[in-house]
Design a protein around this ligand. Structure first.
Ligand code: S3P
Length: 172
């Protein structure tokens, strides 16, 4: 089974995805990392040299490849993945989607201290960051809320997430 972790930047998709995969004995795929490895460029470089639209197309292509070729895997998607090019429908058709849901203030807090380079957040003051997160999340939630499973305020302990997913693991 394919388990897609979705949610805003900073929601913990990668942090939780890796231990969840190892607990289930599944492969782990970080979609951004797969794109970076395949293209030989960082996400920042792709945005800078090819633009966001091209990045969204690459995101769709790499996601489709995972859907076609992977069997049992946990996939950490990018924050925008479900919101473009029919990706949410594709993930719901090909696996279980799990929305890691956090409030804007919490996300902005985490992102302010994050070390990962995120082109969409570059150069924002803490106030601008909170505004951006609130505005963008308001648009994106319509996609995120289509997830099969919504986990509000996911704890860092992956055990709870694995518990929530149990019915799906038996079903598939
Ligand atoms: C993006 C989120 C990033 C990455 C890219 C765009 C977004 O992934 O895909 O910078 O549109 O929210 P993370 O959610 O892993 O930071």
């Amino acid at each position: 089974m394919l388990i897609f972790l979705i949610g805003f930047m900073g929601s913990g998709k990668t942090t939780l995805g890796r231990p969840l995969a190892s607990r289930l004995g599944y492969d782990f795929v970080d979609l951004d990392k797969a794109i970076e490895a395949g293209e030989g460029l960082t996400i920042g470089e792709i945005f800078a040299t090819r633009g966001e639209e091209r990045f969204r197309e690459l995101e769709r292509v790499y996601l489709q490849e995972i859907l076609s070729n992977k069997r049992d895997a946990v996939i950490s998607t990018g924050g925008g993945t479900p919101c473009f090019n029919g990706n949410m429908e594709a993930m719901n058709a090909g696996g279980v989607t799990v929305y890691l849901k956090l409030a804007p203030a919490m996300l902005a807090d985490r992102l302010a201290s994050a070390k990962v380079c995120r082109p969409l957040l570059a150069g924002k003051s803490p106030e601008e960051l909170l505004q951006y997160v609130s505005d963008t999340l308001a648009v994106r939630e319509a996609y995120y809320e289509q997830a099969n499973v919504v986990v509000a305020n996911p704890s860092r302990d992956v055990g709870r997430l694995a518990e929530v997913l149990k019915p799906y693991l038996i079903h598939f």
